[in-house]
Design a protein around this ligand. Sequence first.
Ligand SMILES: C[S@@+](CC[C@H](N)C(=O)[O-])C[C@H]1O[C@@H](n2cnc3c(N)ncnc32)[C@H](O)[C@@H]1O
Length: 241
Amino acid sequence: MRHGEYGYDAPYALVTFGSLAVLSGLGAAISWWRMPSQAAPITLYFVLFLVNTTSFFYTTRRGKFLEWDRILDRTHMRGDEMVLDMGCGRGAVLTAVARRLMTGRVTGVDIWSTTDQSGNAMHAALRNTALEGVGDRVHIETADMRALPFPDATFDLVVSSLAIHNIRSNADRKRAIGEGFRVLKPGGRMVIADIRATAIYADALRTLGASNVERHRLGWRFWWGNPIAATTLLTASKSQV
Ligand SMILES: C[S@@+](CC[C@H](N)C(=O)[O-])C[C@H]1O[C@@H](n2cnc3c(N)ncnc32)[C@H](O)[C@@H]1O
């Protein structure tokens, strides 16, 4: 049961999918009324845009929360970890991590882009941590994940959800991955869910010396409209020295 309000990821993409569904739906209705013999193609577009809109809406409002609960369950946290969430936004993953902590703490960093998440702001994230009853275990900072303001080897676990792809260039995405790996303690783990460039993140981690680097595509609950826009889970460890 969630008590916070977590907004919509990539709200402009959702509005675009929804608008195309409405327009093609209107076009299909008019076609079936005026030229039924030619209505099939526009009806197909309507169905595609409707499915994309529904999938995107489901993922951003419910699916990603369910998937992250499963992902975090599989990390078997002890409850005493120091955790970093890179690009925490309004706190969907941050609060899920915090619920699994006892003596540990989770830090969220973000630059608060409202293009990437609706209503994105530090006060919205703080409000959600209070509403979920985990405010005592959470610290939130404004920081760019390409230059994290933390010493080396600070965290036991670094997580990131749907955030790194928002950085424009692959060089800067690799910089963010490098920063996440730098602040990880030896023996620590990285767990990243993202779209598009996860193979590049995996290569960057291997180059940095990460072990157990694995990637796999997550299921329909984490699709952003269709299977082509599925989320991939990337996990890696930092070897003990
Ligand atoms: C789609 S939202 C996802 C937020 C959150 N992880 C979640 O799953 O609800 C992407 C987030 O990444 C943040 N972000 C984008 N570029 C960033 C950067 N360079 N450093 C830190 N955060 C960044 C955005 O501000 C936004 O909050």
